[in-house]
Design a protein around this ligand. Sequence first.
Ligand code: NAP
Ligand code: GLV
Length: 315
Amino acid sequence: MHVLLSGRFEAREGEAWLRTLRAAAPWCTWWPEGAAGLPRDAIRAAVVANPAPGALGALPNLGLVQSLWAGVEKLLADVSLPAEVPLARMVDPAMSTAMAETALWAVLSLQRGFFDYAALQAATQWQPRPQRRADEVTVLVLGLGAMGRAVAMRLAAQGYRVSAWRASAASAAAPAAVASHAGSAVLETLLPVHEVVVNLLPLTPATRGLLGARFFAAMPRGGAIVNLARGAHLVDDDLLRALDDGHLRRAVLDVFTTEPLPAAHRYWRHPQVTLLPHVAALTDLRSASGVVAHNLQALRDGAPIAHLVDRARGY
Ligand code: NAP
Ligand code: GLV
């Protein structure tokens, strides 16, 4: 089976993927994008990491697009992606664990004031503050999918009072320690009673710009936002306004509308913003290659493909 590997990889990252994928699925003939002699007519599957728009066109035998990323909004926006070709996204427990670790770091640092102590150190100030308990902190996790579920469970296990919000009550059962809510109507009642909001929604027309002025105004004064999903969920000017006027205490941001975040952006120097360079949960090459191999085997054998994207829902 001929498989195309296409994407924007850091230096040497593409070679490492090719090496690992070849070892995980040795029955495939692997073709990096742009390789001499690439047999476009024979390519059966494409394994992709944010490929350039148009990269998936003119592949007449394509039977599967497997994303190495969990979020697929850019792929769905690529008109060269044939509508009839199944699209699978990356779902890997190692990635969910990494996301749970990042969320725990963010919420724990908010609870214990560790972000504030970092600023006090920079100002050479010795200033102990009152210590809060985890069970005094309410956290709302937006999204209860592969990432949100792992995050909600980890935070609940740490003693936080955790609720989660998702699209449909009919989705897979929520973890026992997490209060689960569904549907847009209930969100306005949840926001006033949760101090920290952790965003793990997919980027779709329904969720783009959701975290804006109205959302922040519904949160309690002194609340905090942790955005680990996509930059376009947030309305940046509205967030900056809510931070500047003191309504929100802090934002922890891993993802941005423009990445890398431009050097002139206010987030870089804002005293109430802690930022990461989109590293909340990187795809783990070792385990993700196994996920890819499993789906390629399923394609070869005519078995069900795992983690298919529902194109109508957008995730
Ligand atoms: P997922 O498994 O598809 O889960 C999506 C969750 O969001 C589901 O629980 C779904 O509800 C809920 N949802 C979707 N639309 C909704 C709406 N309109 N209202 C309320 N809930 C809605 O996604 P995932 O793999 O967990 O990924 C979550 C996010 O993390 C994505 O944005 C992804 O791009 C991002 N991500 C970021 C990083 C990083 O390093 N920063 C790494 C990986 C992923 P139902 O359960 O009812 O369907
Ligand atoms: C990272 O943001 C991903 O979607 O995998």
